[in-house]
Design a binder for this molecule. Sequence first.
Ligand SMILES: Cc1cc2nc3c(=O)[nH]c(=O)nc-3n(C[C@H](O)[C@H](O)[C@H](O)COP(=O)(O)OP(=O)(O)OC[C@H]3O[C@@H](n4cnc5c(N)ncnc54)[C@H](O)[C@@H]3O)c2cc1C
Length: 294
Amino acid sequence: MSLYPRNFQLHVPTSLREAIEVLEALGEDAKPLAGGQSLIPMMKLRIAAPSAIVYLGPLKGELSYVRDGDNHVEIGALTTHSEVAESPLLRRWNPLVSETAAHIGDVQVRNMGTIGGSLAHADPSADYPAAMAALGAEIVVAGRSGTRTVPAGEFFVDAYTTSLRPGELVVAVRVPKLRGRYSAAYGKVAKIATDFAIVGVAVHVSVDERGQVADIGIGLTGVGPTPHRPRDVEEGAFGERLGPELAERIAEAVSRSVDPPTDLRATSEYRRRALRALTERALRRIHSDIARAQ
Ligand SMILES: Cc1cc2nc3c(=O)[nH]c(=O)nc-3n(C[C@H](O)[C@H](O)[C@H](O)COP(=O)(O)OP(=O)(O)OC[C@H]3O[C@@H](n4cnc5c(N)ncnc54)[C@H](O)[C@@H]3O)c2cc1C
């Protein structure tokens, strides 16, 4: 096992436009490098051996931000997990994203790793994808032919595989502003606190003036190659009164909606049970947050 990457050419573009041009010219064997928290370990282990690296660090001025849109908050691709976790705008309008970011790895990983890198990497045990699925987020990608927006449900294609085309970069993520009386929670089970999720659950709920579910989004990680959004379960919750009983019912339905894999980290049954417990806990917390805010 090597701990040194294969030799590679290093390109350091100074604008997004230049980065896209360089990536396009170098072809599929070139890899963009953001925070390096996934790519560098993979290169050291030679799981990845690109012949060229396009370092995105100098684009921080262009691609690191959290911005207020009309109905959404936009997060630049190079925004670190720490910046997302601490963003007052996200805490105000979409606490699911900031809470999810706070669950990623340890302080070093959060200070270096970027939201764009995490989404592009598409690890089936990563935390952000579950939140993006629950929120129906949009991923903004840019390439030589311009910019396009991809719904989270279409972005993740398979384990470590996205719908990014060769030469395209993730440039931003748009998450909706949550409305009404809402709260959100992310919970995960991991071997150690700073590790990838064995399973994780992202949930947001808004209720109407009678305390009935007006909007709900659920996203799961660790249950298959891509994040799972159990839409049938969400639909069954609309109009129901949010409380411990509904939390239990939804948790049971969520655990039945998946057929998670058995692997070295956990059995399928363990994952299912953990999901049930995490979902119920998340919904109970959301219920008490909303009740307290009244
Ligand atoms: C010890 C450790 C613990 C971790 N724990 C967790 C955890 O608990 N939960 C979790 O979710 N993650 C975890 N991670 C992964 C971490 O979140 C990474 O930061 C993230 O997966 C990749 O982001 P990055 O900016 O470091 O990307 P990089 O490592 O630089 O790149 C990752 C991949 O994405 C591509 N890429 C990067 N940016 C872009 C872009 N803008 N557009 C297109 N492609 C791009 C690269 O070419 C590469 O293929 C952990 C990592 C480590 C080292």
